[in-house]
Design a protein around this ligand. Structure first.
Ligand code: BYC
Length: 345
């Protein structure tokens, strides 16, 4: 018997924002500025910068940094949940989890393709991840200890990802904004599946309920840390916001996430592990305890509970996939020479 899913308060309005951003993207294409416009004029007019447009080197480099890290996060992010595919409690849950993890691979591919439009190759991006030159989100360096972690990741990690990524649907770089629209629609679905899975556990036996609570206790602060350092310590925010890549600061988005999660936790009947979490009438927001930002920086620098394991697994998978890359390159070369023969015949 399927448990009916109560409303995911706040999630519908985020999906509405994605749809508005999609409509705005279409409208922007219709009223593109006449003739060649300067980079600053395009940004000021809230139009999109496209791959062949002139752009400052630092804008290009900043985008490569963020989009590549984002793509790497999607790919590394397959590991913690992938850990439970073979141990999902039912065939239905296994099929759902398989599809979700596969979606994350797809997100990685959209994002690598967006980064490639900026003049970097896939091989360079792969090497930057494999050698540790480029990073990925801190959140994926934490272990998935129980089945409930899959639900907590869907609810909290995908939830934080949507809050962070919905504004990126209005980012000034066209290929990134377009990729984000598709990603956000899928992430929104992922969040609902995590929420539903946790809801079932929270309504279950005392052991299942305790398992769900334990997962929420462990994933809450790492999810808050996903939004990055506090605004005062954020090195890229000011420039990124001036270029309309980022639309809101790290702390603004973190607050938005907290405000969204509190009513959702009440529906789930689970407690967020923060004794100081309470509504502040004056601010119109929940007050909350910040995550440990020293821990965030330690994890980003490579010293989290699973950094070594994640990178070792990724390097192994890359090496194991060498024959697939060779075979597809050989096939592409064969097709190209066939096309050449046809043209010259
Ligand atoms: N983890 O100046 P700041 C997913 C770094 S995957 C690691 O504020 P910025 C999913 C930051 O990079 C979703 N590093 O940076 C997949 C910078 O270092 P560098 C992943 C972090 O860029 C599978 C330094 O700290 N989402 O949804 O303005 C299953 C200073 O920070 C983190 C994205 O990638 C962190 N948490 O803002 C389930 C979103 N925080 O580069 C789900 C796209 C900060 O100078 N990215 N750093 O060495 C962004 O929106 C922004 O890059 C951030 C950081 C908000 C993350």
């Amino acid at each position: 018997m399927e448990t009916p899913l109560p409303g995911v308060a706040g999630a519908d309005s985020l999906l509405g924002e994605v749809e508005e951003a999609e409509a705005a993207l279409r409208a922007a294409a219709d009223r593109a500025l006449d003739g060649p416009a300067s980079f600053d004029a395009v940004i000021a007019a809230d139009q999109k910068i496209e791959p062949r447009d002139m752009m400052p080197d630092a804008y290009r480099a900043g985008l490569v940094r963020q989009i590549a890290q984002h793509a790497h996060s999607e790919i590394i992010g397959m590991q913690p949940e992938g850990n439970w595919i073979s141990r999902a409690p039912t065939l239905r849950r296994k099929a759902i989890l398989l599809a979700k993890v596969q979606d994350e691979a797809g997100h990685g591919l959209y994002l690598y393709a967006a980064a490639e439009t900026l003049g970097v190759s896939r091989e360079e991006l792969d090497q930057a991840l494999l050698t540790g030159k480029q990073k990925y989100s801190s959140i994926f360096n934490y272990p998935t200890l129980s089945w409930a972690d899959v639900g907590a990741i869907g609810w909290l990690v995908d939830g934080a990802a949507i809050v962070n990524q919905v504004p990126l649907c209005r980012c000034s770089y066209g290929p990134y904004a377009r990729a984000m629209i598709r990603v956000c629609k899928e992430e929104s679905f992922h969040q609902r599946q995590g929420y539903q899975s946790l809801y079932v556990l929270a309504q279950g036996t005392p052991e299942q309920r305790a398992m769900a609570q334990d997962a929420v206790d462990r994933w809450w602060y790492p999810s808050l840390a996903m939004f990055g350092p506090p605004d005062a310590d954020s090195t890229h925010s000011a420039q990124s916001m001036a270029w309309k890549v980022k639309r809101f600061s790290n702390d603004e988005l973190r607050q938005r996430f907290v405000d969204m999660c509190v009513p959702q936790a009440e529906i789930l009947g689970l407690t967020l592990p923060d004794p100081d979490l309470r509504w502040n009438d004056e601010r119109g927001h929940y007050d909350y305890t910040s995550p440990d930002f020293d821990e965030l920086m330690r994890v980003v620098k490579g010293d989290g509970p699973c950094n070594r394991q994640r990178m070792a697994h990724r390097n192994r998978a890359y090496a194991d996939g060498a024959w697939v890359r060779e075979a597809s390159a050989a096939y592409a070369a064969k097709q190209q020479s066939k096309r050449k023969e046809l043209v010259t015949a």
